[in-house]
Design a protein around this ligand. Structure first.
Ligand code: ZN
Length: 197
């Protein structure tokens, strides 16, 4: 039994990996439960979408008050025992839900593969990521790069072209966007290269 946590900054290809792992299982006639926490209720929120144009529907959204054991029992009753459990946006899981997924994996032997961001735009761990970093059996970093070419480890929140450092951890439906930066450029609030003089 194993719990995996693969983390990376924005656009490190987490969703592509989720879709690839799911495809690999399905191709071998193995089954997968695909989950995603539901902080986002906008249209299409129940899809895992990768930037390169692939997508797959999630089997269930996980709300902050979702009991993982109860969800698993309901899913198994409907679809049988899965060969793997995949979770995208795992940073939004609660600490208790991460513990429940660990217990589930330990008890059943079903591997749980969670993908998510490590830290928020302020440089603070997300609750789900903190718990996964503490408890996962295997932790891997998915790499992406800053505009300067260095490894991007931070996620900047950009509002009207400006990097912002304060505000709630999760904003839904705002006009903000996120970009992956190296720590230096995140600290300096430089989300793009300087314009040529
Ligand atoms: Zn940089």
């Amino acid at each position: 039994m194993s719990v995996f946590f693969r983390y990376g900054a924005m656009n490190a290809g987490k969703s592509i990996q989720v879709l690839t792992v799911r495809y690999n299982y399905l191709e071998r006639h193995q089954s997968v439960f695909l989950y995603k926490p539901s902080v986002d209720t906008r249209e299409g929120a129940n899809l895992i979408r990768a930037r390169i144009g692939l997508e797959a529907p999630v089997d269930a959204m996980i709300k902050p008050d979702t009991d993982v054991e109860e969800l698993h029992a309901r899913m198994v009753a409907a679809q049988g025992v899965p060969n793997c459990i995949l979770i995208d946006e795992a940073q939004f899981l609660t600490r208790d839900q991460v513990r429940q997924f660990c217990d589930l994996s330990d008890r059943t032997g079903i591997p749980v593969m969670a993908f998510g961001l490590r830290s928020d735009f302020r440089g603070e761990l997300f609750p789900g990521s903190a718990a996964l970093l503490a408890l996962a059996d295997r932790i891997e970093e998915l790499k992406t790069i800053c505009w300067c070419g260095k490894k991007a480890t931070m996620n900047a929140r950009v509002v009207n072209g400006q990097v912002v450092m304060e505000g709630p951890q999760v904003l839904i439906g705002g006009n903000e966007s996120y970009t992956a930066l190296c720590r230096k450029h995140w600290k300096e609030g430089k989300s793009a290269p300087p314009l040529p003089a």
